[in-house]
Design a protein around this ligand. Structure first.
Ligand code: ADP
Ligand code: MG
Length: 210
């Protein structure tokens, strides 16, 4: 994988959050302020634009540019969280021109660590961490087991989707939804939903070229 994989990942995210914009808005309207779909669309549209203007940066650098773009274009909590995630992930790759599955798992692990560090959410708090952490754990474990990348990424995306659905019965303990207390129970977390889209987008981007 290389810089083209990262550009393709960002384009895949852009098209999937665009396709799911109304759904993400509805989920956030139920337990937040209804801006999650527009936040994600605005952010990744800007990312695709920024990467389109880039002239041959290595993959780690593209992730850092993407993260910085999200921070500067997204007002909601998801902007700084995904922004710092992509910047931390990008730093793992340094100036490398290519990377393999194990390195991709480390990129995602650093991204997750950054989200948890900034947002102080743990598994079960009904946030994006509930989709992200199972995806990272699954990817790392499957790669370590020697599974082919395509299958490992598909399983990671499935784990994110399962984590997303598992937020429904939870009570939110972080972010805007936590203000609702028990009334947040019974709704799927919008950030976990977009995170599952982001991991699925990675699976598509990383497997379409090999
Ligand atoms: P805002 O809540 O500021 O309107 P968004 O609507 O874009 O921002 O994003 C909401 C999502 O952000 C939530 O569904 C949740 O998944 C995620 N989120 C909010 N706060 C945190 C946090 N402290 N840690 C991790 N994720 C969080
Ligand atoms: Mg919101």
């Amino acid at each position: 994988m290389d810089a083209a994989t990262i550009s393709s990942w960002m384009r895949e995210i852009d098209s999937s959050v665009r396709a799911e914009r109304d759904h993400l808005v509805q989920l956030d309207a139920a337990i937040g302020d209804g801006d999650h779909g527009t936040n994600m669309v605005r952010g990744f549209e800007a990312v695709v634009q920024a990467l389109g203007a880039d002239n041959g940066s290595p993959p780690g650098r593209l992730l850092i540019i993407a993260g910085r773009t999200l921070v500067s274009t997204v007002g909601g909590a998801s902007g700084p969280l995904w922004g710092s995630a992509l910047r931390s992930g990008g730093r793992v790759l340094g100036d490398q021109i290519t990377f393999d599955g194990a390195q991709l798992a480390e990129v995602l692990a650093a991204a997750l660590a950054s989200v948890k560090d900034l947002g102080t959410a743990s598994l079960g708090d009904k946030t994006m961490v509930d989709a992200f952490e199972p995806a990272v754990d699954t990817l790392r474990a499957r790669i370590a087991d020697g599974e082919p990348l395509a299958r490992a990424l598909d399983e990671a995306a499935r784990a994110a989707e399962a984590g997303m659905r598992a937020t429904i019965p939870l009570q939110a303990r972080k972010g805007r939804a936590s203000y609702l207390g028990e009334r947040s129970v019974g709704h799927q977390d919008p950030g976990a939903t977009s995170t599952a889209l982001i991991i699925r987008a990675l699976q598509r981007a990383a497997t379409s070229e090999s």
